[in-house]
Design a binder for this molecule. Sequence first.
Ligand SMILES: O=C([O-])C(=O)C[C@H](O)[C@@H](O)C(=O)[O-]
Length: 316
Amino acid sequence: MASHSPVELAALLKDGLLSFPATAFRPDFEFDEDAYRQHIDWQSRGGVGGLFAAGGTGEGFSLTPDETARVVRVAVEEAGARIPVLGSAGGSTSQAVTNAQSAEAAGADGVLLLPPYLTECDQDGLLAHASAVCSATGIGIILYNRANAVYSAETVAALAEAHPNLIGFKDAVGDIEHLTRVYATNGDRLFYLGGLPTAETFALPLVQLGMSTYSSAMYNFLPDFALEFYQDVRRQDRAAVTEKLNRFVLPYLEIRDRVKGYGVSIVKAGLRVVGRDLGPVRPPLQNLSKEDESDLADLIDAAGVRRTSTTTRERA
Ligand SMILES: O=C([O-])C(=O)C[C@H](O)[C@@H](O)C(=O)[O-]
């Protein structure tokens, strides 16, 4: 059973940095449950507001529905007593409903509704898709505004009115006019999180658009740096944010942008660099080349961001 009602969940998520853990795979691409358990244990002890299993950085798009259910269940078992854990729902409407119901059965507190695959869609279709998922479960649902699933302010309002368990809106499009409309129409009925690739890059200006938090892929391997960055953003300390952007985030983007799909792969490379290997990414993503991974290691050293804390379990 979920540990938090949708209203409690929204209150906890909106004022903390959000962790999107990578999913561990063996060299043959099978889910590596032991390595994932250790990662979730570590990720959930750093002081984040919540943990989203099988999201984008967690390669949810390459998991089967059974694997998604298993990944979410393991995350709940490892971290659910400590912080809110959410699963993901994607693909067709019926698959997204199945994902959401499996997450609820696993004891997750909520679900991130990923865009459907491939097809184009417009507002009536998105309304029907998201309504089906919200109606299928009592746990909190967060819309993921991205790619082919761009929800108008009015569609968001209609969903929020019809479904008390719709609690949040995550954006990975970055259209300022659209975000202004969504916030102006829906206000505090929802909470808003930034989800553009390497969300730190945009975090400070997005606070002014109502986004009190964001998904940090970087938190996977640099939790201390990511949390300090988030605190700077929440204090709206422009000088501190700019210093961290220049020291690490902007040079990191230069490596991330060398190959399509590196936004996820660079996180697994970063984990290897800090001694927490979670294995390869699944195709069609590509692992970082040796040279790119070595550049990342050099950057991490040069920027002095390698500090990592150990967990109680690791110290024992
Ligand atoms: O599921 C997702 O969309 C993400 O993992 C989002 C990322 O964490 C993104 O915000 C980032 O790269 O910082």
